[in-house]
Design a binder for this molecule. Sequence first.
Ligand code: ADP
Ligand code: ZN
Length: 435
Amino acid sequence: MSYSEFYNPEETFSRDAICALQTERLRKTVAHCMGSAFYRKRFADAGLSPEDIMTLDDLKKVPFTTKQDLRDTYPFGMASIPLSECTRLHSSSGTTGNPTVILHSRRDLEEWANAVARCLWMVGCRPEDVFQNTSGYGMFTGGLGFQYGAERLGMLTVPAAAGNTLRQIKFFTDFKTTVVHAIPSYAARLYEVMCERGIDPRKDTSLRILAIGAEPHSEDTRKRIEDMLGVKAYNSFGMSEMCGPGVAFECPRQEGMHIWEDYYIVEIIDPVTLEPVPDGEVGELVLTTLKREAMPLLRYRTRDLTRIIPGECPCGRHHRRIDRIKGRSDDMIILRGVNIFPIQVEQVLMQFKELASDYLITLENEGGNDGMTVEVEFTEHSLDDYSALQRLEKNITRMLRDEILVTPRVKLVPKGTLPQSEGKAVRVRDLRKQY
Ligand code: ADP
Ligand code: ZN
């Protein structure tokens, strides 16, 4: 069968056409927001009326929305349509605070499925593929979000859901699964368990594409997972507030994630001054939804740190690309006045082939001084003598110090020692006493 390379014509729209579409949709969205008491008050407080927002540039006049707004209006206070017209709600897992609610209309769900299908199509998924989803179904949007997208595309879907690794692997082999969605920490776990069972993913499975996302991971982690599983792994970015998966996704070039600008207006701001940063510089991602009916969000501060990758992508899509998420502004560790992101530690660790994928950063107070311990698992066969272990610990410490500017205590621990988490991996434990 021959297929077109693009799933939606909007993917290859010129920059001008994208801007024209965004302008039209922005006006509609702003008018639509007036259905919500929250936005009516926001606009009134800012002395704005919907007619003040006619161009993309006018968007700057609109105040930012934040997670706190979602919490303050919990559960239904930001709805722009009557609840009787809403067909689903999702609630964020509350990684960093109280849960929040996101409402969807029937059309919102259709658009969401389309966006996810577009992402999967972009990386080569076709109706002949067998798609297995290892995300939790339910409130976590990685479950139903990928499910409906994969169905929309027409793949045979295996809604395996989270956990039960042996069963996941049995499904891989029995159903000849070709495409998997998994978070990076779980992809590594799948490989480990396959190895324990004597299954070689390259020879004994048909896996070829992996959608990995939901948590920050480094380029080396991606490469590692690709090598382990014998797949191409594509970074997938989304969040419950923006529906879920399907916001930005890597194309086959694997040089950043195209963020779908027919669905979102993208801004990158300095999280302190709230001013825009130039293309190419890291800042906080701010998104405005352009097609959402039940709960549009204007200038939503995601708290995710990334940058626009300057230049055009050779794949033919003019939707701009964002870089790997560096972390959330609230993931940042401040240790003795130095700002550190867990991903910086991961970037160093994953360069050592002797190390496995699991690590844990612990922050403690020792005699008035804050200290950091990095525990990381080593692969059993790699280190048989004590002095080799010590040499490696020293090496890692030196490289970490160069990267994060503080000297951590590095502890190599045998594989399987660190606690496994259900869902997103826990990488940082902060045991410091707050004075
Ligand atoms: P919660 O906010 O409770 O964790 P979500 O499932 O909505 O629930 O999580 C969305 C967040 O997950 C994003 O804001 C971002 O911090 C993180 N995230 C999602 N996809 C990626 C990705 N590809 N890389 C890094 N972080 C990601
Ligand atoms: Zn591209």
